[in-house]
Design a protein around this ligand. Structure first.
Ligand SMILES: [Zn+2]
Length: 353
């Protein structure tokens, strides 16, 4: 089996090959814990213990505000007004790195706690379309309604991607849950593709990935035309997504699939019952067999060698259901089972080669 050249020490930039045929595991990024250094450490160590190959530093802050607040602080044309981001001037790229401390935190942790399972650190960056969707330009309008603002945000995301890339991230994911909304608003595919391609092309050493969760039926055309080598989607809670690519299309476009195979937002009623002590938290966790079955189904559709295994989306949504760390325990158990299922599915890969 071919082996990927990976970042064995977590601070240096090395060229990262696309890991075909290895069924590597990663996460989308967020965890259901309150933001603190202690909890970031917990989120990271839980992933490492579960055996995830590209763990995230543990995104515990709001995915939009964690970028928009520092951009406002750096006077990049954004102001925070009553907790919301507003465009109040010319949108400019920050002159010095912002949010890089999250990657540095994870690199520092891994230096002190090395793990042979870890190939590199995964960093999620909220994409230009999604940042535009929550940034106001007037009382009734958001930046996402204007192609120029989306492309200005794209230039900002380019800088973020470059900094993370140079600092030695292993996998950089552009997170765009609002892609479908922008298409629905009538923003042209050319603008949307350009907005995502710019940061993707700025990544030279890390693996670039493009995450769009939920139903992708309306945007597959945009996704397949993007230059992202990894398209990352939800297949557990959105099995219809299995229909929207074929092995042939992926081969032609030379893409891998980030294969979401465990639910990041379990049934709310079940979570409420677990919170009330009426159900066991383990009931919210998919079994290894169930996950393996879905991975093999993904393999039949897309080619097992083209999959990178991860959950459907981030786990942060579970936080509101629990006063304690039950959500985190559920997330960790899901990751353990996911890693084991990937390990079992890898055997099929060896047989087919
Ligand atoms: Zn998502």
């Amino acid at each position: 089996m071919e082996h990927t050249q990976t970042c064995s020490d977590y601070g240096k930039v090395k060229l990262m090959d696309i890991p075909y045929g290895e069924l590597k595991t990663t996460v989308v990024g967020s965890f259901p814990l309150q933001h603190s250094i202690e909890n970031m450490r917990r989120a990271l160590s839980d992933q490492i213990e579960a055996g995830v190959n590209f763990p995230c530093y543990g995104q515990l802050l709001d995915m939009n505000l964690m970028f928009l607040e520092p951009l406002a602080k750096e006077k990049c044309g954004i102001d925070m007004i009553a907790g919301e981001a507003w465009i109040t001037g010319l949108l400019e790229v920050p002159k010095r790195p912002i949010t890089l401390e999250f990657l540095e935190f994870a690199q520092d942790y891994l230096k002190k706690n090395p793990s042979k399972e870890v190939d590199g650190i995964k960093v999620p960056i909220t994409g230009p379309i999604t940042l535009s969707s929550v940034t106001k330009v007037s009382e009734k309008h958001h930046a996402i309604e204007y192609p120029d603002f989306i492309l200005d945000f794209s230039n900002i995301v380019v800088e973020l991607a470059k900094w993370y890339d140079k600092a030695g991230a292993g996998l950089i994911m552009i997170d765009e849950p609002s892609l479908g909304y922008a298409a629905w608003l009538g923003i042209g595919p050319d603008v949307l593709i350009e907005a995502v391609n710019k940061p993707i092309k700025a990544i030279k050493s890390a693996l670039p990935s493009f995450h769009v969760c939920g139903d992708i039926s309306a945007v597959t055309n945009i996704l397949i035309q993007s230059e992202a080598p990894i398209l990352d989607h939800s297949f557990k809670d959105f099995p219809a997504n299995l229909e929207f690519y074929s092995k042939g299309i992926l081969e032609k476009a030379d893409k891998m699939i980030g294969f979401g195979c465990v639910s990041s937002t379990p049934d709310p009623q079940l979570l409420l019952d677990i919170g009330a002590g009426k159900s066991q938290w383990a009931e919210a966790v998919e079994s290894v067999n169930e996950i393996e079955k879905l991975i093999l189904e993904g393999g039949r559709r897309f080619g097992l060698e083209r999959l990178i295994i991860d959950p459907d989306c981030g786990f942060r949504g579970m936080e509101e259901y629990f006063k304690d760390d039950t959500g985190q325990r559920i997330a960790t158990e899901k990751l353990k089972n996911m890693v084991e299922a990937a390990r079992r599915a890898r055997k099929n890969l060896e047989i087919s080669q």
